[in-house]
Structures are given as C-alpha cells and as structure tokens.
Design a protein around this ligand. Structure first.
Ligand code: 5RP
Length: 220
C-alpha cells in the first residue's frame, strides 16, 4: 500500500465521522480502511458497536467500546465498511479479508450502509481485476469448485485460511459479473456456499471515495 493510499483511507474514515451520531449502535466492518475509522471512534460517544469480525471486535474492545450481539440490538441505523471493488451503482465485491459473511449479515441488518474506499477501488465492472471470494462449508469445497467452473469461473482455494465461522474461502477469477444481482443470487443457490462476496442486494447507500483531491460523497 502506498503512503498516498493510506492517506486516502484515513481521509475517507475521517469523512465518515459526520454520519455517526451520539448514542448510536454502529455496525463496524473489517479491513485496513475501517481500521482507520476504528481509531477515530473514541471521539464519538457510541452506545456500542456490532462487529463484522473477531478482529474488529478485538480492536473495538481494546478501545473500550462495547461490542454488542446483533441478535439483541435490533436493526442498526448505520453500517460502515470498506470494499475491494465498487461499481457506479455501488454494487461491491467484499471478502478480501475473509469476513464477508458477517459483513453481509450486519449490512443487511442496517438501515444505511456507508462504504469507504480509496480511489483504487472504483471499477467499471466488478470481478474483472479482483476475484469474487466465496465462503464455503469445508466438506463442500470440491463440489462447489466444480459448480463454479461450470459457471465459467476459476476458483482458487485460499490455502491456510479459516473464516470466523470455521469455513474455507474460494477466490473465484473470471466470473461474469456484468449483472451483479443475478450472479450474487446464482452463487447463493449452490449447495455448500455459505455466502458470496458480491454485495448487490446489500449494496452501499453512500460511497465515500477518497481521491488525491479530497473525499467525494457518491449517492446512487
Ligand atoms: C474484508 C473486506 C474488506 O472490507 C475489504 O477487503 C477491503 O479491505 P481494505 O480496507 O483493507 O482494503 O471485505 O472481508
């Protein structure tokens, strides 16, 4: 990561603070961009936070922020997370860090999803440069991989990686994601798939895109 990219991540995180209200229970994503936001959260008087991964939960706890159970919070007002790719309609690819399933759950359970990206993350079409991560039940790995090949993809097993839920990840290159919603639903229909990294149903409401010239607020 370049210094410039790190500065952009920090700028996007700083811009996100304006959307966080005192007393809120905030949904908090996972990754290096969101880590910049987590570092700023002590400035805000949160009621608590719902974490999208064990790593994020540990970081929040270390800062004295109460990590709450999504089953007890009800619908959240706001979820903030990064992404690996974002298109012009705010469909996303997520899961580079392997936390896609809980990220999608918290995004789905939130009224608003704000996505923080640096300029390198915006693309014309999802899945051309970055593979689609898919969380798979370990026993179904080979079966799911064969189904993905039939769909035109090239699945690569993320060796040595186990998700927070004890599952494995297949990173799928070459999938045709021209219609993100259709591909998200098609992947969900493969038995053994826990979750896929296309966020079209739960795309971002607002993208805060940091560039060399400042942070742009993009709304669909
Ligand atoms: C983790 C994710 C992250 O949001 C995504 O990988 C972006 O990470 P970073 O902010 O480090 O570039 O989906 O599962």
């Amino acid at each position: 990561m370049t210094d410039n990219q790190q500065q952009q991540k920090q700028a996007a995180a700083q811009a996100a603070l304006a959307y966080i209200e005192t007393g809120m229970i905030l949904g908090v994503g996972t990754g290096s961009t969101v880590n910049c936001l987590i570092d700023l959260l002590p400035q805000v008087q949160l009621k608590g936070a719902v974490a999208s991964s064990n790593v994020t939960a540990e970081k929040l706890t270390a800062l004295g922020i109460e990590v709450m159970d999504l089953n007890l919070t009800g619908t959240l007002d706001l979820y903030i997370d990064g992404a690996d790719e974002v298109d012009s309609q705010h469909n996303l690819i997520k899961g580079g860090g392997g936390a896609l399933t809980r990220e999608k759950i918290v995004a789905a359970a939130s009224r608003q999803f704000i996505c923080l990206v640096d300029a390198s993350k915006t693309v014309n079409q999802l899945g051309v440069d970055f593979p689609v991560p898919i969380e798979v039940l370990p026993q179904a790995r080979s079966y799911v991989a064969r189904q993905l090949v039939e769909l035109g993809g090239e699945p690569v097993y993320r060796e040595g990686f186990v998700t927070d839920y004890g599952n494995v990840i297949l990173d799928v290159y070459g999938l045709d994601v021209r219609d993100p919603l259709a591909m998200e639903q098609r992947l969900n229909n493969i038995v053994g798939v826990v979750c896929n990294g296309i966020f079209a149903v739960n795309r971002a409401d607002i993208v805060l895109k940091a560039t060399a010239d400042g942070v742009q607020t993009l709304r669909t």
